[in-house]
Design a protein around this ligand. Structure first.
Ligand code: URP
Ligand code: ZN
Ligand code: ZN
Length: 472
């Protein structure tokens, strides 16, 4: 066997199940061989002392997503995918978002236009369904699922997005029939609305009141309701961005009854707390996301779930809004009331380093579990496995050479997103990607981007096995 295009040698290969010393031979963008003492390639990458892991799959991020309130998603498919690649992610799955009155196909076409010619790594689309008309339920969505858009998000909150229980059960029944993965944002919209009105009437509009308006119980109730609807429809669902104990307890209960209820959490729920929303002045706006970060006790519960297997994926929920901007966090000036501040935090580049540093290095999760959470399970969840998310013969050579001992302090100025802050400013990290390959091509090396915009390919997703109902 001779003449690989690229040989990665002397690294420690880590997959979701195994850790072993081996070389990896790559030809035509695919992994051709994994073994000891493989013959040289035209290009040789020495991974001595480093980990060789599958490229991350970020199953939840927002790039160039249109909004309805005048805010602007700061990252497009270029800046967002560049930042992702620097952070060791080689596949992103952002959202083609339907607004009410809009055909789903129009949202998908528009999103392809936004992505075209920009991405530096591969990408697929989730759909967001906000207007489940008869045409959407009977024709458009089943067709789109069959065409490779095999996951969609349902909101139980946000006035312009939320669906009622009948609409949700209709969509879950459709997911069952057509083999799609339904992702659910679980917060009780009416209770949030009442709490928000009460706070605003009292003049309590600073960023910290965002957390008061969205307490854990609104997430707990909606999580339980989503589980109940999934039980009725008899279909697996994924509860996204789970923030703490009470939602975890609902998921644990459902999983204990044998239901396929999957769960996602994000860096903000293991690093930030509601105290961050009370940072001086307007600074708390930097950490506003929904559900909001909770407290240390809830962080510990999330860590337990990451270690135990209760959580299946760890996504960024990168929602990039600039801080000092009237299309960002300061949508209505420097004292924008909390209920008008765009929701979401940036984190596409820091996802792997944070989970590795806070999780693996601090002994909370194993190395294999780290790979499973950031790469393998998201690829399985969304029908991209084994092309993505693992290191196996025949898989795309999406590979990260990861330095487990690199020490960094997260600084916004060093990141590559188009946002003017990071909520993780000053966080000390141990472990950072060194070299990143996508389909065998070196994308990042020695801190440099080596590829041009537009090389990233759109991925048609298979119907995920994880979306299949249990056989009785
Ligand atoms: O606050 C958040 N999570 N913003 C992004 C949109 C969403 O709901 O995921
Ligand atoms: Zn959400
Ligand atoms: Zn999101």
């Amino acid at each position: 066997m001779t003449g690989f295009d690229t040989l990665i040698r002397n690294g420690t290969v880590v997959t979701a199940s195994d850790t072993f010393d081996a070389d990896i031979g790559i030809t035509d963008g695919k992994i051709q061989a994994i073994g000891r003492n493989l013959p040289a390639g035209k290009k040789i990458i020495d991974a001595t002392g480093h980990l060789v892991i599958p490229g991350g799959v970020d199953g939840h991020c927002h790039l160039d997503q249109p909004t309805g309130d005048g805010s602007v998603c700061a990252d497009d498919f270029y800046t967002g995918t560049v930042a992702a690649a620097y952070g060791g992610t080689t596949t992103v799955i952002p959202f083609a978002c339907q607004f009410k009155g809009m055909p789903m196909q129009a949202a998908v076409d528009d999103y392809h236009r936004r992505a075209h010619g920009k991405a530096v790594i591969d990408y697929a689309f989730h759909l967001i369904v906000s207007d489940p008309t008869e045409a959407l339920l009977k024709e458009d969505l089943p067709r789109l699922i069959n065409e490779g858009y095999t996951s969609f998000k349902i909101y139980m909150t946000y006035d312009d997005m939320k669906l009622n229980d009948k609409q949700i059960v209709q969509l879950l029944a459709l997911a069952r029939t057509h083999g799609a993965m339904a992702m659910i944002h679980a917060e009780n919209a009416d209770l949030i609305s009442w709490l928000t009105d009460t706070l605003v009437e009292q003049g309590k509009t600073e960023p910290r009141f965002h957390a008061t308006a969205r307490p854990m119980l609104v997430e707990r109730e909606a999580t339980h309701r989503a589980i109940t609807i999934a039980e009725l429809a008899d279909v697996p669902i994924l509860i996204v961005h789970v923030s703490g104990r009470e939602a975890v307890e609902q998921i644990h209960w459902a999983q204990g009854r044998g239901m396929r209820i999957y769960a996602e959490t994000c860096p903000q729920y293991v690093t930030l707390t509601q105290d961050d929303l009370a940072r001086p002045g307007f600074e708390g706006a930097k950490c506003i996301c929904s559900p909001p970060p909770r407290n240390k006790e809830n962080q510990a519960v999330i860590w337990d779930g990451l270690a135990s297997g209760l959580f299946h994926i760890f996504s960024s929920d990168h929602a990039p809004f600039r801080y000092k901007s009237e299309t960002g966090k300061m949508l209505h000036g420097e004292s924008t009331p909390f209920n008008w501040i765009p929701n979401g935090v940036p984190g596409i580049e820091t996802r792997l380093p944070i989970l590795f540093s806070e999780g693996v290095k601090k002994g909370r999760i194993s190395l294999n579990r780290f790979v499973e959470l950031v790469a393998t399970n998201p690829a399985k969840m969304y029908g991209l496995y084994p092309r993505k998310g693992t290191l196996a013969i025949g898989s795309d050579a999406d590979i990260v050479i990861f330095d487990p001992n690199a020490k960094r302090i997260i600084r916004s100025q060093d990141l590559h997103h188009n946002v003017d802050y990071t909520p993780y400013e000053g966080l000390e990290i141990e472990g950072w990607p060194l070299t990143v390959l996508s389909r065998g091509e070196v994308v990042i090396e020695k801190e440099k981007l080596l590829v041009a915009p537009g090389r990233g390919e759109f991925l048609v997703c298979n119907k995920p096995d994880m979306a299949r109902p249990k056989v009785a």
